[in-house]
Design a protein around this ligand. Sequence first.
Ligand code: GLC
Length: 598
Amino acid sequence: MYQSSTIDHRIDHFGRTLRRQLKRLYGDVHDVDDLWERVEEILRARHEDRSAALRDLDATRAADPNWFVAPEMLGYSTYIDRFASTVPGLEQHVDHLEALGVRYLHLLALLKARKGDSDGGFAVADYLSIEPALGTMADVERLAAQLRKSRISLCVDLALNHTSDDHHWALAAKAGDPLFRDFYIVVDEETARLREKDLSQVFPGTAPGNFTHVPEMGGWVWTTFYPFQWDLNWANPKVLLAILDAMLRLANHGFEAFRFDSIAFLWKEAGTDSRNRPAAHHIVRALRAALDIAAPATLIKAEAIVPTAYVPPYFGADEGEGFEAECHLVYNNSLMVAGWVALSEGDAALPEAIIQASGGLPPGANWLSYVRCHDDIGWSSVLNDLASFDPKPIERLTQAARFTEGRQGSWACGEAFQSDGASVHGTNGTLASLAGLERATDEQSRDAALRRIRLLNALSIASGGLATLFMGDEAGLLNDHSYLNDPQRRHEGRWVHRPDMDWEALDKPTARRIISDINALRDARIASGGAGGPEAFDTGHPALLGVRCGSDLVFLNFSATPISVVLPTDCSDRLIGRPIDRQAILKPWDVLWAGVSE
Ligand code: GLC
């Protein structure tokens, strides 16, 4: 319907959704017609700036809005400096991404960040510049175009919840400019104390509390994360206008996807935990409608690391006015955690429950599945899911976290992430270290670790999401403790799993095997035709997870013991490309991808 549509058509169509969000968000206090006029001006101006090549892309994508929900989609996420030093440097490594079959590339810490500690680039000092040491926006435009030729879509983080304390908005606020002061949330000591009672802490060890006293601001600035990350005041419509404009300008530089960072936190509401508030969804819907109008080729990926039940609404919802879309992609954090819990317990119950809870996607949407990313494994998002079949979910998660940390006779080698003691601690570590490769002392334990790596990659790929690899995991890179020597990073345990890419490791047997397993899994998924919402089937064995991928049946053995299965007739093993016997045996941590002829 929209492929030949003009901006006027799109304003007419998506503008209604956008206006509705303005009314919901600001209608009580502000003149919505006036606001809409300013929004429309931005939409038209940014669309006017959009290059012919990107407008062509808009038309191509609009003609095939499900383009990213396809079996061949595979993602890769990396810190650009650790992967390729600079943006131009990355151009030399596109062949590696192509060989993996990558179609979507998320570059971390690309935008200009705060000087000094910047929370891995998530304290953004300027949404519209590239971190100077990495290159320029012109370099990024060239890279994006090169990637597009290789059918790889470039994704950048858009930190929506906060700017750094040296963003020019924050500097102006500190200098006393009332316009920018109102971009942030400043409260007095008593209010901060009261609010704190309802809030939980993201970094209780390194950044306790949710407010930071800033004398120049004459009070306490809301800082959910680090004290230098100042939460934006989205109740002020000028924040929406400023971010919307920055987002569209970035899209015009060639980014095809935005990772909306920390979106659960956008709306603060007294007397609540200020997470997942309805208004946070209205903000995201407004931004989505703006992209649908002015840069419709662009995808939004939601990062909402919250309990499972709160996650699907980030795809969008119907509040009585028809379905209002939010994000095209949403991290399936719960499935990632469930994979690690299952591995630590030798029991597939949790991933099965999460898969049941992850179905029913709206059209033009998919999960982003993954095994590891740049953050820790935070376990508490699956607490309620576990509680549905286990009366002691906290104890169970604590055990899983301890096991993954390397205690309790485990083969894993991880590190506890900070915790406030009230909840289960998170765990840091690379995929290879957490799966046992670091501790493997002989061929047998090495082989077992490599099977566990394949098992988790299989869960991510077979479950139908846009499976996204994290840098270095394809090479089996181990935990890297060098961050401890860097005063700006040594307090942050997450750096242990953000090593420099080791290009030489790629020629070694470990990397060759992991990559060949990933290739085989990806090829199997393509052959199965499966993508989109995951579906589980009952295998009759508690340690054996059954995932339906397209027409295929994928069996994942999460236990340390062999399991036998009876297959339908005429199956072939997609991973080795041979017919298989009806009665098959899966080794410990083995994967059997049974291609079922229709
Ligand atoms: C997101 C990022 C994380 C960062 C936080 C604050 O959760 O993934 O790395 O610390 O937001 O920006």
